[in-house]
Design a protein around this ligand. Structure first.
Ligand SMILES: Cc1cc2nc3c(=O)[nH]c(=O)nc-3n(C[C@H](O)[C@H](O)[C@H](O)COP(=O)(O)OP(=O)(O)OC[C@H]3O[C@@H](n4cnc5c(N)ncnc54)[C@H](O)[C@@H]3O)c2cc1C
Length: 495
């Protein structure tokens, strides 16, 4: 029976796991071992709506203290400088997997020529606003789907404070060895001689994957046939007169893509590239040429996309980068971390803290499906991008392995942007929904046979319908205005 849980690692994954376990199963003893000397990876600053939902809805934490400590800003989606359009916006709501009652076809058929502000989130992104105004009181109406932009250091410090308040114990030290029994690990050995026993070990040691990868030797499944990028150069600058944009930007680059993440006082920029296509120096030179405000020696981070064959083996469950990592294009890592934490609670609760082999197998399937879905979704981004005609992008278009998405692509090529395509998705737990795939297909103007040419009356209706979103957006609040309001003493988080 699980009573003592030992978590290795105090990056965002280890801290989220500790908070979730202690909040949902307070009878457990939860300890974290971490090495301040080794530190955390210190990246991961964009999220999907999964993180705020996990903290404030699933765990029921109060938003006020979190906002005060972590100082997040809001992300309504991603603006893609990608494909043949100047740009298109992917929001956390439904622009294309929808059909208005006054139009005969789903939205996607009308968005072929003009794909702009198809929901209120996209309209807000277009005018640089974060939220519509709440009709009662005029404050930000936060019912629009949002994720966060959060500086990693502030997120880790905030989560650490939350973990301490919940009664999680921190042990400083470097793990130097493990002891094994018949059912998995029995103890971790630290460099200073300490020996730490537990019934369940949660490996949140980042890319080192100390317990799952190194100690248990679980095989790694590479995603290198679908995703070719394996490095990033990172360098941001302090904000001067730039407005705080309510979205992440993903911009096509010569051998990959660049992100721009918007913090209140800082702009975080990075270029994800394939080391097969260009050298670190060439990547840094292109990055600096396009971002003259970035520091002259940007930091290089190496990564590999893939996952371990299983993430829960015997009494070791890996969460975060130690379980798998899919490159950052949709900033999904913390989303998978929160899913893993929630599923772990479900598995422990349903087995009254005595997890069975079949429950571990189910957990492995659910987690591996999430990683694989993300791989396929990101692969589609590369496959469809016709923005540049160079060796790297020709390689992406020709050789990206579409794996389980082939039925979706065939269906789309015949039938176009209908929500029926959802039934071709490989996993019905898919977190992106058919909306994500349709945004990529329509945004990149992927060709299909069943084109619908709107009548002039339909065109007018399409334009008028979207104008209601734009009217709301124009009357909305910017990120800076919204921050001022939520920091004022009058603001009520429950309003
Ligand atoms: C370039 C880049 C950009 C990214 N951007 C995003 C993004 O925008 N959004 C997103 O969601 N994710 C992003 N990610 C993923 C991001 O890294 C993770 O979301 C997040 O930081 C979780 O990291 P972690 O906790 O798994 O690992 P880490 O932060 O690396 O933490 C590992 C912990 O384990 C400890 N540890 C390891 N070995 C030992 C040992 N032997 N003894 C004791 N302690 C040990 C370390 O000290 C540390 O505390 C990005 C990743 C990269 C590479």
């Amino acid at each position: 029976m699980v009573q003592n849980i030992l978590i290795l690692g105090a990056g965002s994954a280890g801290l989220l796991a500790a908070i979730t376990l202690k909040k949902k199963l307070p009878q457990l003893t939860v300890r974290i071992v971490r090495s301040s000397e080794m530190g955390v990876i210190g990246v991961g600053e964009g999220t999907t709506p999964a993180l705020p939902r996990h903290l404030f809805t699933y765990l029921g934490m109060s938003p006020g203290p979190f906002y005060a400590r972590a100082e997040p800003t809001w992300k309504l989606g991603i603006r893609f400088l990608w494909g043949p359009r100047e740009h298109f916006d992917y929001t956390f709501s439904h622009q294309l997997d929808a059909q208005w009652s006054n139009l005969p076809r789903p939205n996607g058929f009308y968005a072929h020529d003009e794909f702009r502000w198809g929901d209120v989130g996209a309209a807000l992104m277009t005018v640089g606003k974060a939220f519509p105004r709440n009709p009662q009181g005029g404050g930000p109406d936060m019912s629009v789907g949002f994720g966060f932009h959060i500086e990693n250091k502030k997120l880790v410090e905030t989560l650490e404070g939350m973990a301490v308040e919940l009664g999680v114990t921190f042990i400083e030290g470097k793990v130097s060895g493990t002891e094994r029994g018949t059912d998995g690990l029995t103890a971790l050995q630290l460099e200073d001689g300490q020996r730490l026993e537990a019934e369940l070990f949660v490996d949140c040691s980042g890319f080192r994957s100390e317990l799952l990868g190194r100690a248990l030797g679980e095989p790694f499944v590479s995603y290198d046939r679908a995703l070719f990028c394996d490095r990033a150069v990172i360098g941001g600058w302090d904000r001067s007169n730039e407005p705080i944009l309510p979205y992440t930007t993903a911009e096509t680059m010569d051998a990959g893509w660049a992100w721009q993440i918007e913090h209140e006082h800082h702009i975080n920029r990075g270029y994800v590239y394939s080391s097969q296509a260009i050298s670190d120096d060439e990547a840094a030179a292109e990055f600096l040429r396009k971002n003259p405000k970035a520091p002259s020696s940007p930091r290089v981070v190496k990564f590999r996309s893939g996952r371990y064959q299983r993430v829960w083996v015997d009494n070791v469950v890996a969460i975060g980068n130690s379980a798998g990592f899919v490159e950052l294009l949709e900033a999904t890592a913390l989303m998978v971390v929160t899913l893993q934490c929630e599923h772990l609670i479900t598995m422990l609760e349903h087995t009254t803290l005595k997890p069975t082999p079949t429950v571990r197998a189910l957990y492995n399937k659910m987690t591996c499906d999430s990683f694989d879905d993300t791989r396929d979704f990101l692969a589609l981004h590369y496959k469809l991008n016709t923005r540049l005609d160079n060796e790297f992008w020709r390689h992406c278009r020709a050789d990206t392995d579409m794996g389980a998405l082939r039925p979706l692509l065939d269906f789309y090529a015949e039938n176009g942007p209908t929500g029926l395509a959802r039934y071709t998705l490989p996993s019905q737990q898919n977190r992106f929904g058919i909306e994500g795939y349709l945004v990529m297909l329509v945004g990149n103007r992927a060709p299909y046979k069943a084109r619908h040419i709107p009548t002039p009356a339909e065109q007018l209706t399409w334009t008028r319908n979207r104008a209601t979103y734009m009217a709301q957006a124009l009357d909305g609040l910017t990120v800076a205005e919204s921050l001022r309001i939520i920091r004022s003493p009058q603001w009520n988080w429950n309003s």
